[in-house]
Design a protein around this ligand. Structure first.
Ligand code: SF4
Length: 351
């Protein structure tokens, strides 16, 4: 859910033109051979369930959960099928997308040469007070589209040569996504699916995604429930639920390892944003990962915290993270024997 270090959203409007897309499913010429190689060695998880009809059934089951919405741990019970708006801001069953494009600021094994095919969904169930994308997550900036329109976006990103379909903040639209995926799969989609989430996911919903998602990309943002409640709209359950969710994600897809082309096609990739004054509980996050997951679990330790939105209301998160704060997290992760760290340059950071 965070933009990574180089991850500046190119535009906040929905992009249909100017992407160099040659055709709905046609690869852009410069990447065609790479796409062909990837396609020859990898089949995304969802294709099997699409062929058996299970993907459609799961989409229907998730859709029914919007009667009294229970798609996320907020469990606010909004009657979305009747058009009511949930805590997340999603209005009824209307689908709101902020932008979609080839993104070159995500983790390197997701970006490769063709970019990560990000689809940014509007609204969010967590509503962090320090959100860097608050205009999308809190204010719901985006455009209404349909399930068919979402399927078309997936196909266009594949046609552009993107290495994956990267669903950013997907939780409140999981039913729409599965319906769109089923349509796109019938039209030739075979690009891996990235579930790019805050980590605050209910295990029951994740089980419905088993065999559909190829790459889970969860944040583990804050370790202390008091802090998560304070900065995430009362979500004191964030640490406990996120731990369970990450374990379930790992059970489904295992450790993320790049293939010979340097691209990750399957696995768990955790993001942790180091916050000032140890609000994120970073050392504890690293210790929990070391104790509960394989030592080669992919962890992106992110340094780019900047105060945004309502962060200035809280002195302890109203400044960037310092170099010494970031370095101590990296050092602890290494001491713990964690070997697959995506670490950012921090010599330029203020000490
Ligand atoms: S996804 Fe939105 S509407 Fe559904 S339970 Fe969560 S906050 Fe409520």
């Amino acid at each position: 859910m965070y933009l990574t270090a180089a991850g500046v959203i190119m535009t906040l409007s929905v992009i249909y033109i100017g992407m160099g897309i040659s055709a709905t499913t046609g690869a852009s010429p410069e990447y065609s051979s790479e796409r062909e190689i990837a396609a020859s060695v990898f089949e995304p998880a969802y294709l099997k369930l699409h062929r058996t009809g299970e993907l459609k059934q799961r989409a229907d089951r998730l859709w029914q959960l919007m009667e009294k919405c229970d798609l996320c741990p907020r469990s606010c019970g909004a009657e979305r099928i009747k058009g009511r708006t949930g805590f997340c801001g999603a209005s009824g069953t209307r689908l709101n997308v902020s932008s979609f494009h080839a993104h070159y600021g995500e983790e390197r094994p997701l970006v490769g040469r063709g970019g990560s095919g990000t689809i940014f969904f509007a609204h969010c169930n967590l509503k962090c007070s320090f959100c860097q994308n608050y205009d999308i997550s809190h204010l719901g900036r985006g455009s209404t589209t349909t399930v068919e329109g979402l399927a078309e976006m997936m196909l266009r990103l594949q046609g552009r040569g993107c290495h994956n379909i990267n669903l950013v903040t997907p939780t409140h639209y999981s039913a729409h996504i599965l319906k769109a995926l089923d349509i796109a799969a019938s039209k030739g989609l075979r690009t891996p699916l990235v579930y790019n989430t805050s980590g605050w996911e209910s295990v029951e919903i994740l089980r419905e995604l088993d065999g559909i998602v190829d790459i889970y990309l969860p944040d583990f943002k804050i370790f202390d429930p008091e802090k998560s409640g304070k900065y995430m709209a009362g979500a004191v359950s964030y640490p406990e639920i996120t731990k369970k969710a990450i374990l379930e994600m790992h059970r489904q897809v295992g450790v993320a390892k790049p293939e010979s082309d340097g691209i990750i096609y399957r696995g768990l990739m955790i993001r942790h944003l180091v916050m000032p004054n140890d609000v994120s509980g970073s050392l504890k996050v690293m210790e929990w990962i070391a104790e509960n997951l394989p030592k080669d679990t992919y962890i992106n330790i992110m340094a780019q915290y900047r105060p945004a939105y309502k962060a200035y209301d809280h002195p302890e998160i109203s400044r960037p993270v310092r170099g010494e704060e970031y370095r101590s997290v990296v050092e602890r992760a290494r001491e713990l024997g964690l070997t697959n760290l995506d670490v950012q340059e921090f010599r330029w950071m203020r000490q």
